[in-house]
Design a protein around this ligand. Structure first.
Ligand code: N01
Length: 537
């Protein structure tokens, strides 16, 4: 078998991998993207469940590297559907002639760094071998599905699905008894639509979640014209915030204003809909008392919407608003007013097994024709840890991260030279609009590679002390907030046995400044290896 020689390998053909490819091709590098799926799109390829759509507005959940692209592409709704987002990335791949460098249906199984050559040997599921100077992990933050190890799943006689690996053909739940397990963003999006079809839907909830109505609607052509006329400043405003330009950050603290003012602010944001609810007050995610006022407001809404008091109470979280990713829904709470929808508290009565006919909790047995697992992901590290990655001295990533992920800026890992992670743990990633964060990382990595190559260097490696300082800083900042207070996937708490570490970095603008500072200072915190010890043939 011949080993394909390359400048760079990009793992994953989601939004990160596709733009990384475009960028590196533009630099004249010989690049190959390797993708497990049978198509491009990452998250938007896999998550085809009913109701899947983005919770960031479409005008901002898009690339900004090409003004022609952002001027010409037409979104139809405020929040784009999965299929529209997938069409968009397909369009980008065609428009920029990227498909020729993307190999689909190919899982990267191993990436081993060779000290003598300062190059990576990459092997894939089809037995192909590649040799590249750089490896860029564009493997996604929420791409490794979490299917809890329920006893008896294989014995189930009906059909079962995971929201994160949904079939391509439409699934018709008409006339069926359906279970949905899990009430995070995916469950909350699909439950109302499955309820409309199914004969009966039973929702198995372990923890209730806070959800804000989306109030999704077709895009207003006038607003689109306005944004397109000022796209640069719109994007600039976006780059100054975590989520989006119109997030409407309120600088006031909840506890500094009257109860009536708080109520009015929350009402306004509930009516506007979506994630901007999180920006109601500056102290919301930092002060427990402030947060409780928002929690109380949402619980009030739930009890207004849900007719049965016991169901409303069961749906009402007692946790911190935003501590788990805030959900955005269409008719979620109202769905529980339907006579053909029931709610089971599996916190009180855990699922004991999947049975041939359905599911058994500690209290009852249920019969189903279909079960939907909306049980989430092994977030941020799952996809990376599935690959046998070995850096200097053959150290494995599994060993390096045994106590939790450690990175420098979420971009590089000490001891793993010439390997980059796009939106890796330790970067703002999931606490931001992913698209600008992806573009920021891709641009930074491309500049870094240019720097290394122009100086004839063989390698760049994050220094252990710079990485340790960064990890400490990420933790310190995280600990100023309420984020570490609940069992979220941000902390890895949803996966049994996963080290509990708050993985994303809180604060996009300071983060971007830090990355710029590092680059401006000849990649401060990195050690640079001299001229390539071996010229590749
Ligand atoms: O996954 P989740 P998700 N028995 O981990 C439950 C993004 N996203 O796919 O909370 C019973 O949030 C689990 O219960 P608990 C977004 O960032 C975005 O929904 O651990 N239940 C929870 O209810 C989001 O945060 C969009 O107690 C079990 C659920 O399964 C992220 O993806 C749409 C269980 C998992 O919720 C992940 O969302 C969709 C068990 N053994 C996703 N194990 C938008 O843009 C787990 N659960 C709108």
């Amino acid at each position: 078998m011949t080993v394909k020689q390359l400048d760079a390998i990009v793992v994953g053909a989601g939004f990160a991998g596709v733009y990384m490819l475009h960028k590196l091709k533009g630099l004249g590098l010989d690049v190959q993207v390797l993708e497990t799926a049978g198509g491009i799109g990452g998250t938007w390829f896999w998550n085809r469940y009913p109701g899947a759509r983005c919770d960031i507005e479409s005008m901002e959940y898009s690339y900004q590297f090409s003004d022609d692209l952002q001027q010409q592409w037409e979104w139809s709704e405020h929040y784009a559907t999965q299929s529209e987002i997938l069409s968009y990335i397909e369009h980008v791949a065609d428009r920029f002639d990227l498909r020729g460098n993307i190999q689909l249906n190919t899982r990267v199984e191993a990436a081993h760094f060779h000290e003598s050559t300062s190059r990576w040997a990459v092997t894939t599921s089809d037995g192909s071998e590649f040799d590249a100077k750089y490896v860029i992990m564009a493997t996604g933050c929420l791409s490794s599905t979490n299917l809890p190890d329920f006893d008896g799943l294989q014995s189930f006689r009906g059909d079962w699905y995971h929201t994160g690996n949904w079939p391509h053909e439409p699934i018709d739940f008409s006339g069926k008894r359906v279970a949905v397990v899990g009430t995070g963003s995916s469950g909350i999006q699909c439950i109302p639509l499955i309820a409309e079809q199914a004969d009966h839907l039973t929702v198995f909830q372990r923890s209730p979640n806070f959800s804000i109505p989306a109030h999704n609607q077709p895009l207003d052509p006038e607003r689109v014209r306005d944004i397109k006329a000022n796209y640069r400043s719109f994007r600039e405003a976006n780059s100054q915030t975590a989520f989006h330009a119109n997030f409407g950050y309120n600088e006031a603290n909840a506890m500094d204003v009257s109860a009536a003012e708080r109520e009015s602010e929350y009402e306004q944001r509930w009516a506007h809909g979506g994630l901007p609810f999180l920006a109601s007050f500056a102290d919301l995610i930092f002060d427990g008392e402030a947060n409780e006022t928002a929690a109380e407001f949402v619980r009030g809404k739930i009890s207004d919407i849900v007719e049965d008091a016991a169901t409303a109470e069961l749906l009402s979280p007692t946790s911190v608003v935003g501590c788990k990713r805030l959900c955005v829904d269409t008719n979620y709470y109202a769905t529980f007013n339907r006579s053909d929808v029931s709610l089971v508290d599996v916190n009180r009565t855990p699922i004991e097994a999947i049975t041939p006919a359905g599911l058994r909790t500690s209290e009852a047995t249920y019969e189903f024709d279909a079960i939907v697992f909306a049980t989430g992901f092994d977030a941020m590290t799952g996809a990376l840890m599935k690959i046998d990655i070995r850096g200097s001295a053959a150290q494995s990533l599994q060993d390096a991260w045994a106590e939790g992920p450690k990175t420098y800026l979420g971009l590089a890992i000490s001891g793993f030279p010439n390997l980059f992670t796009i939106t890796g743990p330790g970067s703002p990633s999931v606490l931001t609009n992913m698209l600008p964060s992806i573009e920021h990382h891709v641009n930074w990595i491309a500049e870094c590679i240019t720097f290394v190559d122009q100086r004839g260097l063989a390698r760049i490696n994050a220094k252990a002390n710079a990485q340790a300082d960064w990890v400490e800083h990420v933790n310190e900042v995280g600990n100023t907030s309420l984020y570490p207070n609940c069992n979220s996937w941000y902390l890895g708490a949803n996966i049994p046995g996963k080290p509990r570490v708050f993985m994303p970095y809180l604060g996009f603008p300071p983060y971007a400044e830090k990355c710029k500072h590092v680059a401006d200072n000849d990649y401060e915190g990195f050690e640079l290896g001299l001229a390539e010890p071996m010229i590749r043939s």
